[in-house]
Design a binder for this molecule. Structure first.
Ligand code: SF4
Length: 383
């Protein structure tokens, strides 16, 4: 069974009712168990869990330290292009926004890379809009080939691709793909994605299956918090994660928690999640799944990021620019969204160290990738 079939057996309203009817007893039961089910995750997500937040935070911290030690992996986004053929109601790069469009050339990519490397980064996340003609597979292949000598871990957050296209990019050195469903509510999804390839809900939903079949090293999942009821959406995201972990067990997984931020042409979120609720969600994921990597970006403010370090997060970006050329080429171009924590990577690293944690700049090397190693053993050129 692929995820689409499993997903279609669930009803949004029934799931929502079930989460909101969980009781304190369900929460205590979930906290006391050794391993947790999706029903337990619902309890940990529910409003009934709020009085147990302190207990959840302590357990989350304990489980995170047991699996990951006191470490925070550092990564940085590199926006390659703001061209996009889709209309998404929440994004500054949306096709209907009349902004200056920009796609980095080879020379500009290398200039950005030089600025990023000077900050100490070894893990880069390449980001583009969804414009197949401009930033399709040939552009991405070229970009990965260009930057591969400078980074040991390359992630992308770009348009969903076919399995064979992911395989081509992996052969160039791609390690990780982030693909967020944004919302699992089909109606709401339609409302927010009115034009372009992204309007196909199921094509996006099935992307992690294509990635799993391609044998990707790691994939990142998430919802855009603010579009719909975050508790129900998070349940579906955990359902997706649970299915993927069982089906593609050799792949690693991460979850991100983007809360909708102000951006050009964007209206206010339909649903507001406060800081305590975000802490609850992060702890719920950790208690549900001790292996999962949990990531927080510069969308969140300084104070929140300082305090969440010890509660379950395992990776963080810092000093991020969300505009193509933002580090060195064209710092004034339009951002995808406003960032909230404007500290430099060095300042964030010092904050992590002050809390008794280690900022990890390199946690992976391409020589560990079986596919590349195999190709190299066979004498196939991979660089
Ligand atoms: S969210 Fe992605 S696909 Fe949608 S408008 Fe922004 S860049 Fe394009």
């Amino acid at each position: 069974m692929d995820f689409k079939k499993l997903f279609d057996t669930y009803d949004w309203d029934e799931v929502k009712d079930s989460i909101y009817s969980k009781t304190g007893t369900d929460v205590l039961h979930a906290l006391q168990k050794e391993t947790r089910t999706l029903e337990d995750f619902k309890a940990l997500l529910s409003p009934a869990a709020m009085p147990y937040l302190e207990q959840m935070a302590q357990l989350s911290q304990q489980l995170t330290r047991k699996r990951f030690g006191k470490t925070i992996q550092m990564y940085v986004p590199l926006y390659l292009s703001n061209e996009c053929q889709n209309i998404c109601t929440y994004c500054g790069f949306s096709f209907d926004n009349h902004i200056k469009r920009k796609t980095l050339t080879d020379a500009e990519i290398l200039k950005e890379v030089s600025a990023i490397k000077s900050e100490g980064y070894d893990h880069v996340l390449l980001v583009t809009g969804e414009a197949n003609q401009t930033v399709g597979v040939p552009y991405l292949k070229n970009a990965i080939r260009l930057i591969r000598p400078f980074f040991s871990h390359i992630s992308i957050e770009v348009q969903p691709l076919e399995q064979h296209e992911y395989e081509e990019l992996m052969a160039e050195g791609l390690n990780t793909v982030l693909v967020y469903q944004e919302t699992y509510d089909k109606e709401d999804y339609r409302h927010h994605h009115t034009k372009g390839k992204k309007s196909n809900f199921y094509y996006r939903l099935e992307t992690p299956d294509r990635l799993g079949r391609a044998g990707i090293h790691k994939m990142g999942l998430g919802i855009l918090i603010g579009l719909e009821d975050w508790r129900t959406d998070s349940f579906f995201n955990a359902l997706h994660l649970n299915y993927l972990e069982k089906t593609y067990w050799q792949t690693k997984y991460s979850i991100s928690f983007p809360r909708l931020r102000p951006a050009e042409g964007v209206t206010s979120p339909k649903v507001i999640m406060n800081d305590k609720e975000l802490v609850q969600l992060i702890c719920a994921y950790r208690i549900f799944d001790g292996e999962i990597e949990l990531s927080i970006s510069t969308r969140e403010n300084e104070n929140f990021r300082n305090n969440i370090i010890k509660l379950g997060i395992t990776s963080m970006s810092a000093g991020s620019k969300t505009n193509p050329g933002g580090y060195a080429v064209d710092p004034e171009s339009l951002e995808q969204f406003e960032i909230s924590d404007e500290r430099s990577p060095q300042q964030v690293s010092e904050m992590i160290i002050q809390q008794g944690y280690q900022a990890v700049w390199k946690d992976w090397d391409n020589c560990l990738s079986n596919k590349i190693e195999y190709a190299e053993l066979q004498g196939i050129k991979t660089v």
